[in-house]
Design a protein around this ligand. Structure first.
Ligand SMILES: CC(C)(COP(=O)(O)OP(=O)(O)OC[C@H]1O[C@@H](n2cnc3c(N)ncnc32)[C@H](O)[C@@H]1OP(=O)(O)O)[C@@H](O)C(=O)NCCC(=O)NCCS
Length: 212
């Protein structure tokens, strides 16, 4: 797994109804829509239905989190993050840590019998991409999948035209396991799907080697 010189602290937070507007704005960006299964603009009603389907269920089909990052630099892009929690030093002198919600991630299509789930992740603003936040998030999702939920496999479906995501999943230890042609119609053309998987055995191995 990729090692970053300056690691941005990342944690997974719970999602709540108040976050839905922000998620909707992120997901409706054309740059994100072309990489996901979404084909129409989401409304707040869609968001509410989605939220109600995942909260409260004992065995939900998806577990979703906000990606919270502790960032030092500020951005002028007001839509890039949706909250900031600041923590003071013990003597309350100055702020030493600030967490911002910068994206959404989780495990979807959870199959509790086959013990598998699909990786879902997006960082809402370009200003927070390519800084290692996605990699740190996948690491935390692996911990959830294998240490807390006793899953066996995390899989990912990536359309063949989104090269950066292929690089990203491979950089995070996922291996190609299959291809299906013409799974989706985007930008006037059919796209193929490439499937990737990462197994619990690989996680245990990487852990034993001190890599994760
Ligand atoms: C894809 C995404 C989750 C990656 O998260 P990230 O924090 O930007 O990625 P990281 O900084 O952890 O990158 C890890 C490695 O992945 C690969 N990678 C990530 N983004 C890349 C890009 N745009 N181009 C090429 N390689 C990329 C690189 O190997 C990178 O290592 P490097 O920066 O040292 O070269 C994020 O960019 C994102 O949310 N994009 C928009 C939504 C999306 O595409 N979601 C996935 C839908 S299936």
């Amino acid at each position: 797994m990729k090692e970053y010189k300056t690691k941005i602290p990342v944690k997974l937070g719970s999602i709540d109804r108040d976050s839905l507007l922000h998620f909707m704005m992120w997901r409706n960006q054309p740059s994100i829509m072309k990489r996901t299964r979404q084909w129409k603009l989401l409304t707040m009603e869609d968001q509410e239905i989605w939220y109600d389907s995942i909260v409260g269920a004992k065995w939900p089909e998806s577990i979703m989190f906000t990606i919270e990052a502790s960032l030092v630099e500020n951005t002028t892009d007001k839509t890039s993050s949706f909250f900031t929690h600041q923590f003071k030093n013990k003597d309350k002198s100055e702020v030493n840590l600030s967490w911002q919600g910068v994206g959404v991630a989780g495990l979807c299509y959870i199959d509790y019998i086959a013990r598998s789930a699909e990786l879902s992740i997006y960082i809402g603003s370009k200003s927070y991409q390519r800084k290692g936040i996605g990699t740190a998030t996948v690491q935390l999702l692996k911990e959830w999948a294998f240490n807390k939920m006793n899953l066996r496999k995390i899989w990912a479906e990536v359309y063949d035209h989104v090269e950066p995501v292929h690089e990203f999943v491979k950089a995070n230890g996922f291996k190609e396991v299959g291809r299906l042609p013409d799974t989706v119609f985007k930008d006037g053309d059919y796209q193929n799907s490439i499937y990737y998987a990462y197994y619990d055995t690989e996680y245990m191995h990487e852990k034993a080697m001190g890599k994760v």
